[in-house]
Design a protein around this ligand. Structure first.
Ligand SMILES: Nc1nc2c(ncn2[C@@H]2O[C@H](COP(=O)(O)OP(=O)(O)OP(=O)(O)O)[C@@H](O)[C@H]2O)c(=O)[nH]1
Length: 387
């Protein structure tokens, strides 16, 4: 018995020693330099996400981390700032006319030359005839000779044909519907591909933001996915949201509707809707634009329909202008790429053709190279500074 009891105690002692040894092996710090238990500081998010030693750490500039918006150039004075580019589009016209009109006595050949200069500058046949008749009468009656008088005469003839009385303002005020709900001023932007439509919508958003309006963009050009991306980028630069389709080839009318609804819900001043405007045929265009118009006007009346025309296409662009004029109910023209043509006379031709005013002109690819059109500034740029 005594022997058995002694052995039991021995076994218990051994077991205690083994457990103590095991605990020591498992829990004791492993040698020198062993890691201290982590503190709160060591768990800061910065360190947790820091790359391994030796890796490159890119410090993003503040602007990249939090995108900041740009302040567009003020609208007033834009045409003056862009006057040189405007002058390039019309200087051959202005200086050539001044040179002929300043001749001692004007012959029939001189008058033919004047007519040719106007036609070459894309003024169009009808307006050219009117300008020549007007000038002939004034020269006969007033016998204009000195350079300043010739310049003044030509200035008033060109100004008259461009018509400074036309209302070139854009409707950008919110309106109240019959049911008492206030809705944004909706502008539909139409025109064939490549005329600068999407770019113009982006630039116009900047014009409106510069003037203190809030804006929503509608990317109803669902035909080309990149057009929506392009528009979104333009908008983001000035803090303007873009409503777009989830998928390429989505229904443009539904995007237009969503954009207008978003504008109404957000209390936005202006909704600008970009369209694809593929000129497959007149019936197709009429269908597409007709549907977009119908759907938009369920939410808000259309304040403006702006037709974007590329000034460099000259008289060819007139055919497009006619078709859009018939199907889209155009209220104003945006003449783009006026910086890239010497045929500024297209301003006159297109206004005459459609019976609606040129409201804005594009004078470059820069974000603020879109300016409200001012007839006097335009004519002065055509004629250049007096000698
Ligand atoms: N020089 C100059 N280029 C311009 C002007 N306006 C637009 N552009 C350029 O014209 C090209 C076509 O512009 P977009 O806005 O993509 O044309 P779009 O009509 O929307 O074409 P789609 O989206 O295909 O319908 C771009 O390279 C623009 O930078 C302008 O006033 N002057």
């Amino acid at each position: 018995m005594t022997n058995a009891t002694d052995l039991t105690w021995l076994w218990i002692l051994l077991a205690v020693l083994v457990v103590a040894g095991l605990l020591y092996v498992l829990l004791a710090p492993r040698g020198r330099g062993a890691k201290k238990p982590p503190t709160l500081d060591e768990h800061s998010p910065d360190q947790a996400e820091a790359p391994e030693a030796g890796g490159e750490v890119e410090t993003l500039p503040e602007s990249a981390a939090a995108p900041s918006t740009e302040t567009p150039a003020p609208t007033a004075g834009r045409l003056t700032r862009l006057r040189d580019r405007l002058a390039r589009s019309g200087s051959p016209l202005g200086s050539a006319l001044l040179a002929v009109l300043s001749r001692d006595s004007l012959t029939e050949d001189d008058w033919d030359e004047i007519e040719e200069i106007l036609l070459l500058a894309d003024v169009g046949a009808g307006p050219t005839g009117e300008i020549v008749d007007g000038l002939r009468t004034r020269v006969r009656v007033e016998g204009v000779r000195d350079p300043a008088a010739v310049r003044a005469m030509l200035r008033s003839a060109l100004l008259e044909i461009i018509d400074p009385e036309l209302d070139r303002s854009l409707a950008t005020q919110r309106v109240t519907r019959e049911d008492g709900v206030t809705v944004p001023a909706v502008t539909l932007v139409v025109g064939v591909n490549g005329t600068g439509k999407t770019t113009t919508v982006g630039k116009l958003a900047r014009v409106l933001v510069a003037d203190g309006s809030s804006v929503v963009l509608g990317a109803a050009d669902t035909f080309r996915a990149a057009a929506a991306d392009q528009l979104e980028t333009w908008g983001a630069r000035v803090g303007v949201p873009t409503v777009r389709s989830e998928r390429e080839g989505g229904d443009p009318a539904s995007v237009a509707f969503d954009a207008v609804r978003r504008g109404r819900e957000d209390g936005t001043d202006v909704v600008l809707v970009d369209t694809a405007g593929r000129l497959q045929n007149k019936a197709g265009l009429m269908d597409e634009l007709g549907k977009i118009r119908r759907v938009i006007t369920k939410e808000a009346p259309l304040a403006e329909v702006l037709l974007v025309l590329d000034a460099t296409t000259g008289q060819n662009g007139m055919t497009q202008a006619r078709v859009f004029g018939e199907v889209a109910g155009v209220t104003g023209i945006v003449l783009t790429k006026l910086d890239g043509t010497a045929k500024g006379g297209i301003v006159v031709a297109v206004q005459r053709e459609l019976g609606v005013p040129v409201k804005l002109v594009g004078l470059g690819e820069g974000p603020d190279d879109l300016a409200p059109f001012d007839p006097a500034e335009f004519v002065d740029a055509l004629l250049g500074d007096p000698a």
